[in-house]
Write a protein that binds this ligand. Structure first.
Ligand SMILES: Nc1ncnc2c1ncn2[C@@H]1O[C@H](COP(=O)(O)OP(=O)(O)O)[C@@H](O)[C@H]1O
Ligand SMILES: [Mg+2]
Length: 343
């Protein structure tokens, strides 16, 4: 496997004219997703990160999806670099022949993955404000007149990777909630107002001095403004259940995030997007318990608590995130006293 990815890194360097292929050294695979290979390597004193669509899939018909997503991811990263040149990951080109692209490998003493900081319960550096602010900035830029949407007509990929596993499948597990879950699914599929990243999760956000860097935009599509915020907030709420010692901070960070994000919207659309986030968030919470991509770190007892809270919030929805968080907090305080220390 390593030698295969090494060959591809060398071919990428040759195609993009980044250097001599034989200068590629120390090719090291990073955690690979299901449809991509990702690796770092050294090239003439620089470290480069390369991401490729997987070379072979079992079924030929599926070939289109990963190749197409590699192009969409690169287009998303280019968009982010245009909006935020000082903070985004530097890009070194994409090779359609290799179905891959090269970017700066972000590393250094001040660099960390947000997920690692959350799970370590490291001191709060107000990452949530920076992430909410950047997401709002990116969304606002994508809603501006003249935004080029050509690379992002990917609603069928988005349905296969997000809507189906999270919402439609969960609706089959909870038939009484099917109308609301399928209604959210239809709303997300139909929408095209803003550019959606599709995987704004702490595991895909690197922090460095110049702020957050969003990686892994394979699901990028035109879509609804509520998706990325709800998807990211879901991670914070689930971690609030998992980490009692961080609970207050994590639940408080929902409002911090909302405020930082909403600064980029006018008041009327801010309220409308918040209401959609407040409907979608409990659906995504339930999806991480009973959907196709269940959360790996929660105990059986915690999963039952999340399921109950999510069902309650879907049956009696809120329009304001502060009210939603108030209900989550009350429920957790009742069931899991905040004094509990974390494992
Ligand atoms: N440009 C980069 N610089 C440094 N680390 C990176 C870079 N791109 C990805 N990574 C690291 O590799 C991991 C996997 O990359 P990602 O794009 O998220 O691929 P996957 O689709 O496998 O999740 C990320 O979580 C991050 O830790
Ligand atoms: Mg990832």
């Amino acid at each position: 496997m390593t030698s295969d990815i090494e060959t591809r890194c060398r071919a990428l360097v040759r195609d993009l004219e980044l250097g001599q292929p034989e200068q590629v050294r120390n090719v090291t695979p990073l955690t690979g997703g299901v449809a991509s290979d990702i690796a770092r390597f050294d090239l003439a004193g620089k470290t480069i990160c390369a991401k490729f669509a997987l070379p072979k899939l079992k079924v030929a018909e599926d070939w289109h999806a990963p190749v197409h997503r590699n192009a969409a991811e690169y287009a998303w990263l280019q968009f982010a670099a245009n909006v935020n040149p000082a903070g985004a990951v530097a890009l070194f080109g994409r090779s359609p022949e290799q179905h891959g692209f090269a970017m700066e490998f972000i590393a250094g003493a001040d660099v960390y993955l947000w997920k690692d900081a959350l799970l370590r319960q490291a001191p709060d550096r107000d990452e949530v404000t920076a992430v909410g602010d950047l997401l709002g900035r990116l969304q606002a830029a994508s809603a501006a007149p003249g935004f080029e949407t050509a690379a992002f007509h990917n609603r069928d990929d988005f349905r296969a990777l997000r809507i189906e596993p999270y919402l439609t499948f969960t609706a089959t597990v909870h038939p009484d909630l099917a109308p609301v879950l399928n209604g959210l699914a239809e709303m997300l599929y139909a929408a095209d107002a803003v550019l959606v990243h599709g995987d704004v999760s702490p595991k895909n956000i690197l922090l460095r001095g110049s702020g957050p860097v969003f990686l892994d935009a394979e699901c990028a599509t035109m879509g609804d403004a509520s998706f990325d915020p709800a998807f990211c907030l879901n991670h914070l709420v689930l971690k609030a259940v998992h980490l009692p010692a961080s609970r207050d901070r994590l639940l408080g960070s929902v409002e911090t995030f909302r405020a930082a994000f909403a600064r980029h919207l006018d008041a009327a659309s801010g309220a409308a997007v918040e209401a959609r986030i407040a409907r979608l968030l409990p659906a995504l919470m339930l999806a991480r318990i009973d959907g196709k991509s269940p959360v790996e770190y929660l105990s059986e007892a915690s999963r039952a608590i999340v399921r109950d809270m999510a069902i309650d919030l879907l049956q009696t929805p809120e329009t304001r995130l502060a009210e939603l968080v108030g209900r989550v907090r009350a429920r957790l305080d009742q069931l899991q006293p905040p004094s509990t220390t974390t494992a």
